[in-house]
Structure formats: C-alpha cells, structure tokens
Design a binder for this molecule. Structure first.
Ligand SMILES: N[C@@H](CCC(=O)N[C@@H](CS)C(=O)NCC(=O)O)C(=O)O
Length: 214
C-alpha cells in the first residue's frame, strides 16, 4: 500500500491541484475516493482528516494535512529530490515565487470564483444580470492584465522555471478554458502562451485524465 493517500474526487479543482503536484514529483500514491454526492465529506471518518468538510486531504504515513496549497508546498519540500523541482529555496526567485503564490490565492482565485458562480448559475438556467456578469468579467480582466505584464518579462511567474506559483493556477485556468470566459484570455498574448505551455505539461494532462476509484 502506498504511504501517500490523497482523499478526494477527481473533478474537484482543489484535488486536481494536488494531483498535478504528485505527478510532477513522480510519486506513488493511493487515490481514495470521497463520494460528495452522498455527503461523505461532511461525516466521520472524513471530518477527522478535513474538519471543514472539503476535499482534498492528504495522509503521508502518520501525517494528516488539508488545504490544497499547503499540501503542494509540503510535497514539493518533503520530496525535493524527486521529479520536477517545483520550488526555489532562496533569493530573488524564491521571493517572486512567494509573491505569485499569494497573488494566485488572494487575487486570481477570488476573481475566478466569481466567474465560476456565473457559469454555475447559467448552467442551472438562472443566469445573473448583465451588470453582475460585466462586473465579474472586468474584475477578472484587471487581474489578468497584471499577469500579462508579468509574463511579458519572464516565461513563468517566478522567472525561467515552472514552480508551484504556476501549478496552483492549472485547475482554475483549465476550468475557465472550457467556458465562454476563455475569451478573457484570448486577447492577451503572453498570458495565452503561458496557459498553452503549462496546460500541456504531461503531469497536468495525467491529472485531468485521473478517474475516481469508486
Ligand atoms: N481552500 C481549500 C478549498 C477546498 C474546496 O473548496 N473544495 C471543494 C471542492 S473543489 C469542496 O470540497 N467543496 C465542498 C464543500 O465546500 O462543501 C483547498 O484548497 O483545499
């Protein structure tokens, strides 16, 4: 049995963030299905792993942790000698990486969440008003404009190497690329080239292809 157990389900963006990291690091792991349709994530024993009742959660031997970004940070540091080097540990590049990891969590992800709500409302057949749609689009585009400027200076967010700062965006970007909000990326050449580059990584392709083990 693998020492690492990832608990979750494959269509969750937060779970896919961790899957991408595990595949980049070429680690063996067991993917334990959490059936959200029957509320397994809101009951024991799962709540002992993730007290907020969300996926993912990770076990590595005796260690039990949750929060997808904390998990990827742990994996990247603990298994530093395996697979892709996903973090810088010193100097300017580390500082840039930390900045863009925070930007993803506190600027990009909230703006993404608004667009996801629009997509979900529209799919339910109760679309939001034009004013709300325009406001959410404008907020997201304002964030992307900052990315366009940054990616005009370097291939990846933290410099010339792919790091967790880039990886953390993969699930949310891929989600949007399959919606009408792809249009918000299309007019930005540096952002578009970065998106094409990072979404073509074999580890990400593998994460998207991973199915639940029911
Ligand atoms: N900040 C958490 C967010 C986790 C999260 O929102 N998970 C969603 C699936 S993508 C979930 O479990 N939703 C069910 C719920 O909140 O009840 C992380 O990154 O791990």
């Amino acid at each position: 049995m693998a020492a690492i157990k990832l608990h979750g389900n494959s269509h969750s963006t937060a779970v896919r963030r961790v899957l991408a990291c595990l595949y980049e690091k070429e680690l063996e792991f067991e993917f334990v299905f959490v059936d959200r349709n029957i509320g397994q994530h809101k009951k024991e024993p799962y709540l002992s792993l993730q007290p907020f009742g969300q996926v993912p959660a990770l076990e590595d031997g005796d260690l039990k942790i949750f929060e997808s970004r904390a998990i990827t940070n742990y994996i990247a540091k603990e298994y530093g000698d395996k697979g892709t080097q996903l973090i810088y540990t010193s100097g300017t590049q580390m500082a840039e990486m930390l900045v863009w990891m925070e930007v993803e969590a506190h600027q990009f992800n909230p703006a993404f969440s608004n667009l996801k709500l629009l997509v979900q409302a529209s799919r339910r057949g109760s679309p939001m008003s034009t004013a709300v749609v325009e406001e959410c689009e404008a907020k997201f585009s304002k964030v992307l404009d900052v990315y366009e400027a940054r990616l005009g200076q370097s291939e990846y967010l933290a410099g010339d190497g792919f790091t967790l700062a880039d990886l953390h965006h993969l699930p949310t970007i891929s989600y949007l690329m399959a919606t009408e909000y792809k249009k918000l990326f299309d007019s930005l050449p540096h952002v578009s080239a970065w998106v094409a580059n990072i979404t073509a990584r074999p580890a990400w392709v593998k994460a998207l292809a991973t199915k639940d083990q029911q």
